[in-house]
Design a protein around this ligand. Structure first.
Ligand SMILES: Nc1ncnc2c1ncn2[C@@H]1O[C@H](COP(=O)(O)OP(=O)(O)OP(=O)(O)O)[C@@H](O)[C@H]1O
Ligand SMILES: [Mg+2]
Length: 453
């Protein structure tokens, strides 16, 4: 259903004819025989467009009544499009009202095709405007939420504009003060360590140390001594007693990165610290206690590792009391351009082609890949303007596929121009839903009006 039209005309024949014509084209209508009845309908029901007569009393042809009705409609609904119907001998009054803001006028007897085209275009324009207003409102709400979060918390400079990342940060801030372990999951380079930093900065331990250990960087025995420390002679080469990271973290935060790489022996010891707060250095007999909060991160599927017997189930549940999943960059495309601008830091600017290329890329390496791409392009860009060539991003999906899934900015512009700005037509040409096309238009900063490109 394209919309709902209010017909205000004292002639029932006109009302019926228009209602039939519109209903044949999937447009609902309601008929009112007097200006008062029309205004009453408007006050009570949703109306997207008005078609109004200019004269309502049999003995008047001046158009005064029509003008008064038009003004009354304007007053009540300034943005409601109004089409005037008028005798072709009395066009002047209608022309005046079009100057005063009426959408259009048609002479009686009207031409069905022309009237229909006018109505369809106006209804569609109204839908476009409502959709754009909705998107603007959504962005505004997101921005307000972002500002509110940033005002109350230390976000450690984490850039975010997407709904998904907003939720991740809200959750992180919410659980930061709880003294519970948090497991941060997500693919490579998605920002897991950034989230760990936010958790620490907003905890009651922000003044205590933040100690990060990469469990994937060291082989089995070394990672244990790294975590728990070693007394002299604990193993070959351990000449001096050495404190581990649990001790170094004190009452602060211990961040165990790539926890999926911790060997089973280490997992047992870690589980014990989490359960009892107690541990011993390797080769040591004295029992030490830990007050550190443990955060961990992984890009592995720990649950699958549990099923395969490679990760202890009891440890998994200890670590993942709270789980924060950082989505891949491809699932939060609204973050791409703000992140790019952040990494550019004003050293260069992006041209339209570069923006399109950034938005179209799949980012398997996530934010880290984006950061590297921007660094490289900044070096290569002459004159401080980065083009798609400087980014040198490999096409992520086969081009044939892409034209269906992700139309380029040019494709969207061309389709809109072809469809003379009629979004539903452009959408079907691109094989998208109307909503889908609106999302792309929003992303590419396009308006429905083809004249504005
Ligand atoms: N939202 C963000 N805002 C600003 N910088 C970010 C953001 N997300 C990630 N980064 C930057 O991108 C890089 C990768 O992020 P980070 O190290 O946190 O990812 P990771 O998920 O821990 O990666 P890995 O799985 O490889 O350990 C870092 O330089 C980080 O500062
Ligand atoms: Mg990391």
């Amino acid at each position: 259903m394209l919309g709902r039209v209010l017909i205000i005309d004292d002639n029932p024949g006109v009302g019926q004819a228009l209602a039939l014509l519109l209903s044949l084209h999937d447009i609902a209508s309601v008929h009112a025989a007097t200006p008062e009845a029309g205004l009453a309908v408007l006050a009570r029901e949703p109306v997207d467009l008005v078609i109004q007569d200019m004269n309502f009393s049999a003995d008047t042809t001046s158009g005064e009544e029509g003008a008064a009705l038009f003004r009354a409609l304007r007053e009540r609904a300034p943005d409601l499009p109004v089409i005037l119907l008028t005798a072709w001998t009395r066009l002047e009054a209608a022309v005046q009202l079009v100057k005063a803001g009426a959408a259009d006028y048609l002479a009686k007897p009207w031409d069905d095709a022309k009237l229909l085209a006018t109505v369809q275009n106006l209804l569609e324009l109204g839908q476009n405007n409502r959709e754009l207003a909705r998107q603007r409102e959504e962005r505004r709400e997101r921005r307000l939420r972002r500002e509110a979060l940033a005002a109350r918390h230390d976000l450690r400079g984490v850039v975010h504009a997407s709904e998904a990342m907003g939720r991740v940060l809200e959750l992180a801030c919410q659980v930061a003060r709880a003294d519970l372990p948090v497991l941060i999951t997500g693919p490579n380079g998605s920002g897991k360590e950034c989230i760990a930093a936010v958790l620490h900065a907003n905890s009651g331990r922000a003044q205590e140390p933040f100690v990060a250990v990469n469990c994937g960087a060291l082989p089995g025995e070394l990672i244990e001594s790294e975590l728990f420390g070693a007394d002299s002679g604990a193993f070959t080469g351990a000449h001096k007693a050495r404190a581990g990271r649990f001790e170094a973290a004190g009452a602060g935060t211990l961040f165990l990165d790539e926890i999926g790489n911790l060997p089973l022996a280490g997992q047992v010891k870690l589980l014990r610290v989490l359960e009892t707060g107690r541990f011993e250095r390797l080769g040591g007999s004295r029992t030490l206690s830990s007050r550190a909060r443990v955060l961990s991160a992984t890009n592995a599927d720990l649950k699958a590792m549990v099923r395969e017997g490679r990760f202890r189930e009891d440890l998994y549940y200890r670590l993942a009391v709270i789980e924060i999943a950082v989505p891949p960059l491809a699932e939060r495309r609204d973050d791409i351009l703000p992140l790019a601008e952040h990494f550019l830091a004003g050293r260069a600017t992006l041209d339209d082609g570069a923006r399109d290329a950034l938005l179209a890329h799949a980012w398997p390496g996530n934010v880290r890949e984006l950061k590297n791409a921007i660094e490289r392009a900044t070096l290569l860009a002459a004159g401080g303007v980065i083009g798609a060539d400087h980014l040198a991003l490999p096409p992520a999906v086969p081009p044939a596929h892409r034209s269906l899934d992700e139309p380029s900015r040019e494709a969207v512009v061309a389709a809109l121009a072809q469809a003379q700005g009629v979004v539903s037509r452009a959408a079907s040409a691109l094989g998208l839903s109307r909503q889908g096309l609106y999302r792309r238009m929003d992303r590419y900063g396009l308006q429905a009006d083809p004249a504005s490109h």
